[in-house]
Design a protein around this ligand. Structure first.
Ligand code: ZN
Length: 699
């Protein structure tokens, strides 16, 4: 009897040693797998942000992907799981700014190069920490191929793509109303904002002969166009282009009548004035009619000179005072206190987004989303769960041009140069005097969107030929509109092939009560505390059993504890079987072996169909409630039963390995006459026995 088995199973003493065994074997790298394998199976790991500790969500995706990879490796595929680390542009800069704030410093006023260097040091330190944590979860990924989103070749290729898209006229530079965060001093894309409905007062103001409604009287100083629908009979007497004189906030003005079909006749009085600099819709109207635009609020949220006595005042403080003045001048008609208003906020800091007109780089989305939709229509991409196909389509059918310029230093520089109003797109500085570099960096999704291409070495690397398109993209369901479509788009645009055929989306990992974890609520569960206490295998099982794709999971410590007991149970089963079958001639066939084969068949079908939540649960019940509680008990009374025990143990360990890799590998090394690591053993084939055959014949 192996001495180890006499003591209880100790994950702490086992896990690091086993992981080293795997890593040293070289089998994480598909080039080193022991036998000839023709079919490949590839997953590109969503690169965790290298700006802090792994959270419970990371633990779930690492477990899910490791299950897929370990299963396919045992099933004879040339498996590549390609890990990465994300510099995470804006996200990391936000984390770093908080750190600076704590130290009583600020990024504003810092030399951009110094700031960049500080954030780089911070990120590289966190990257090491993150990699250690990914290893501790048992991830069987190929570290020799690891990529960082700021690796020189990634930077190079991202810039190449930008130049190509500019030359293909898919990227343009232009003035448009963008989403501006006052706190972070950068523009943001649509997906970096969050919209919510809030009750806001709606102010009805007297604008000459009209009554106009607005939630933002503080932006109205410069309003000199009054717009109505051309079909609105109430205002038929007014002609497009007609001028009217009227008294406004800071004195008499001349306003111009504009007729435009974008006006909602049902909203307010059907008439509105426009503030093109601070509203996307107004900006579009102004563009259609070639109207003047003027900035009212500066980049810090303060009113400009046009506001007269209010100039320099923060818009938050100004509103009440402006309303007071409107009232005093008799321009305030009424206030509707309960207006349902959609408010857009910065997804990181909650600051209300200000539309501002700014020269930025934009990606024309229409030609690209068409590629993505066609690919889905041709059935090239399957979504699990399948209702996400609809969400994917919605985002593809409703996307507006994508602003990829960010006013932050932490990212890949945009290869463009300016001289006055002139600009050039080029990685090298243009000839001639006076060119300055675009200080902006790319939206991080611009490079992350190309991740499956970057990691496989598009366009020329051997890996690209072997492993692209990859197989599965497994990621959080919230990335269905941020990341997944961009990868599809770039894959189709650059390589003419979708980067994966299956998208598996997991839900959030919430606290034990099902509430979203957040630092401010103080309900964050650190997964590493749980693995420390109960072992990594136990946490992996707790995350997988019963966790259907796309749905959120409540992580309960008791559940993790339960699977620690399960690990102990398997340990004790092994001890019993090895102790009691030493001199037993194993059976080749029996009803129990048939039953085990039925389990193999069932579990294999579940694995093939991404039903890991079911496969794991079946194995748990089979091993504990059938094998341990009944079969082993029976074997104490019936010698015949003993002949089948080893067969069941051996095959169960194989089936359980993707879910609980550490304990199964450890036991495997104890079983008599083991040559291979369990991780590269062949996945069991279900041999349907005589009794099963009969059942099938009767059907
Ligand atoms: Zn912000």
């Amino acid at each position: 009897m192996e001495e180890k088995l006499l003591k209880p199973y100790n994950p702490k003493e086992t896990e690091e040693r086993i992981y080293k065994l795997w890593e040293d074997s070289g089998f994480f790298n598909p080039d080193n797998l022991p036998d000839e394998r023709h079919k490949s199976f590839t997953i590109v790991m969503p690169p965790p942000n290298a700006n802090g500790d792994l959270h419970a969500g990371h633990t779930l995706f690492i477990t899910l992907e490791d299950i897929m990879i370990r299963y396919k490796r045992m099933a004879g595929f040339k498996t590549l799981w390609l890990p990465g680390a994300d510099h995470a542009g804006f996200e990391t800069q936000v984390v770093y700014e908080k750190k600076l704030e704590k130290e009583g410093r600020s990024r504003f006023g810092m030399d951009p190069n110094d700031l960049y260097k500080e954030i780089l040091d911070f990120t590289l330190l966190n990257k090491k920490n993150m990699e250690t944590q990914v290893r501790s979860l048992g991830a069987s990924c190929d570290w020799s191929r690891e990529k960082f989103t700021l690796d020189p070749d990634v930077v190079e290729k991202t810039q190449d793509t930008f130049v190509k898209m500019y030359n293909d006229k898919i990227i343009y530079r232009g003035k448009r109303a963008i989403n501006w965060c006052y706190k972070h001093q950068t523009s943001l894309s649509e997906v970096e904002t969050e919209s919510s409905e809030e009750l806001s007062p709606l102010f009805y103001l007297k604008y000459g002969p009209f009554s106009i409604a607005t939630v933002r009287p503080e932006t109205k100083f410069g309003d000199k166009y009054v717009v109505m629908h051309p079909d609105d009979k109430r205002y038929a007497e007014y002609k497009h282009g007609q001028k009217i004189k009227l008294e406004w906030i800071n004195g008499p003005i001349e306003a111009t009548i504009i007729k435009d079909e974008a006006i909602d006749m049902e909203f307010g009085t059907g008439v509105m004035t426009i503030t093109p600099w601070h509203s996307q819709i107004d900006f579009e109207i102004a563009k259609r009619h070639d109207l003047d635009t003027e900035q009212i609020i500066d980049w810090r949220g303060k009113l400009l000179g046009i506001a007269n006595e209010f100039a320099g005042m923060n818009i938050k403080d100004a509103r009440a005072k402006i309303v007071e003045k409107l009232k005093a001048k008799g321009l305030l008609i009424k206030i509707d206190e309960k207006y349902q208003n959609v408010i857009k906020k910065c997804y990181k800091c909650g600051t209300v987004i200000e539309p501002q007109i700014k020269d930025q780089w934009f990606v024309k989305m229409a030609p690209l989303t068409k590629l993505a939709l066609n690919s889905v229509n041709r059935g090239e991409i399957k979504f699990i769960p399948d209702n996400y196909e609809k969400i994917f389509r919605y985002w593809m059918e409703n996307s507006i041009d994508w602003n990829i310029s960010r006013q932050i230093v932490w990212g890949i520089p945009i290869p463009a140069w300016f001289k006055g109003e002139e600009f050039k797109v080029s990685k090298e500085k243009p000839n001639g005097e006076g060119w300055t570099k675009d200080p902006d960096t790319f939206d991080t999704w611009f490079s992350s969107g190309q991740w499956p291409l970057m990691t496989t070495g598009f366009p020329k690397h051997e890996d690209f030929k072997k492993y692209y398109p990859t197989d599965v993209m497994e990621t959080g369901h919230d990335l269905i509109f941020k990341w997944v479509p961009r990868m599809v788009i770039f894959g189709l645009y650059l390589a003419q092939k979708a980067p994966f055929h299956t998208v598996y989306l997991h839900g959030l990992v919430n606290d034990a009560q099902g509430k979203k974890m957040s630092k401010s609520k103080g309900n964050v569960i650190n997964p590493l505390t749980l693995t420390d206490k109960y072992g990594t295998d136990a946490l992996r099982m707790a995350l997988i059993v019963g966790n259907t794709p796309g749905t959120d999971l409540a992580l309960q410590e008791n559940k993790v504890k339960g699977y620690k007991h399960f690990a102990n149970k398997i340990w004790n089963i092994t001890r019993f079987v090895l102790d009691n079958t030493k001199d037993v001639e194993p059976a080749n066939a029996s009803a129990l072996i048939d039953e085990c084969n039925k389990t193999i068949k069932d579990v294999t079908e579940d694995m093939e169909n991404f039903r890991f939540y079911l496969a794991s649960e079946k194995l748990y019940h089979y091993l504990w409630h059938r094998y341990a509680d009944e079969i082993i008990e029976e074997s104490k009374k019936n010698e015949e039963v003993k002949k089948s025990l080893f067969y069941i143990l051996e095959n169960s360990l194989k089936l359980l390995h993707p879910f609980m890799p550490f304990i199964t590998e450890e036991i495997w090394s104890i079983l008599p006459a083991r040559k291979n690591l369990l991780m590269v053993e062949k996945w069991p084939l279900a041999k349907l026995g005589a009794s099963d055959q009969k059942k099938n014949d009767n059907k």
